[in-house]
Design a protein around this ligand. Sequence first.
Ligand code: NAD
Ligand code: TYD
Length: 352
Amino acid sequence: MKTILITGGAGFIGSHLIRLFVNKYPNYKIINLDKLTYAGNLANLTDIENAPNYEFVKRDIVDGDFIQRLFEKNTIDGVIHLAAESHVDRSISNPMEFIQTNIVGTVNLLNAAKHGWKDKIEGKLFYHISTDEVYGSLGDTGFFTETTAYDPHSPYSASKASSDHLVRSYHDTFGLPIVISNCSNNYGGYQFPEKLIPLFIHNIKNNKPLPVYGKGENVRDWLYVEDHTAAIDLIFHKGKKGETYNIGGNNEWTNIDLIRVICKTMDKKLDRKEGSSEQLITFVKDRAGHDMRYAIDSSKLQNELNWKPSLQFEEGIEKTINWYLENEDWLNNVTSGDYLKYYKEQYSENRY
Ligand code: NAD
Ligand code: TYD
């Protein structure tokens, strides 16, 4: 029986990963460590919350003493670290939360792993989940590879870049077994409706304006979230220690083209006149420091570990739109904060 600590497991990508690991690996005990910020929601995990190999711990990774105790009380074999403040716009209005969670929180986990694993390092792994945004912004051509120099522009990407450097430094300085992956923009169910795709689906449904930053010409490389978690599974089990892997969908869209696809699909699903959702598009002031283009070269992961995205974008976006339309209660719940009441009824805060 191995014990795997997954941080941020109540968030968007984390909840998909927890579901995959709890179901696929009954011989792993999965500890989900999450503070439950506005972005963390236990309603994302109701289907597995009573699984015998799953435990939820509500704590803050910024609490270093607690993280040490967690490692002392459990024999943790692997860490998959996703907990983070993840929204660029929030990092512009409140950078300090990003410094605390993304940098200090990551170092607390590194220290606890270094200390906890000092007598037996064999078979251990600290897997840090990162983003392509650390590489900065591309022009019209080219791709980010694992050796592209870091050039972050937002407090979010700068805090993630900093955490990536710290993780590598613990490998190089202390011999901590680590692996890092940098992924492009994810989409799918359970994403908090502040990010582009769920926000726009939500707004179209409610006939609210669609705020497009600048001219909508920025390009993102979109990957279906379950293709990301499949890559994490592969890298966790087969990745080479000390290495970095880029993960991407090879699926570039300008924001405005992507928004038009969402509008068209929503018109059909909601039985609205063709073109009616597009009328909600409203061009607004651009995001400060807005990166123009992200695009990932994932050939290392494809060639070395035989990964490839399983879904075509058209299929993925339709699945995603269906998910949000079928899970209206989830959307209302995360936007109202009712899930906190749910949490209090289910769990006590002081388990450690
Ligand atoms: P998310 O915002 O949906 O979830 C983050 C989770 O971390 C939440 O459950 C939140 O409660 C938890 N958390 C935040 N601060 C915490 C703290 N101090 N202590 C404990 N838990 C805390 O994020 P996501 O989109 O699922 O992203 C997960 C990870 O993947 C992040 O590290 C992010 O940088 C990375 N990533 C995301 C994307 C994307 O497109 N969403 C792409 C590439 C990489
Ligand atoms: P987002 O989902 O916030 O991801 P990221 O900034 O991490 O790539 O935004 C995706 C793109 O959509 C980005 O170029 C900013 C743009 N955007 C808008 O135009 N309007 C919005 O309301 C939001 C949230 C994003």
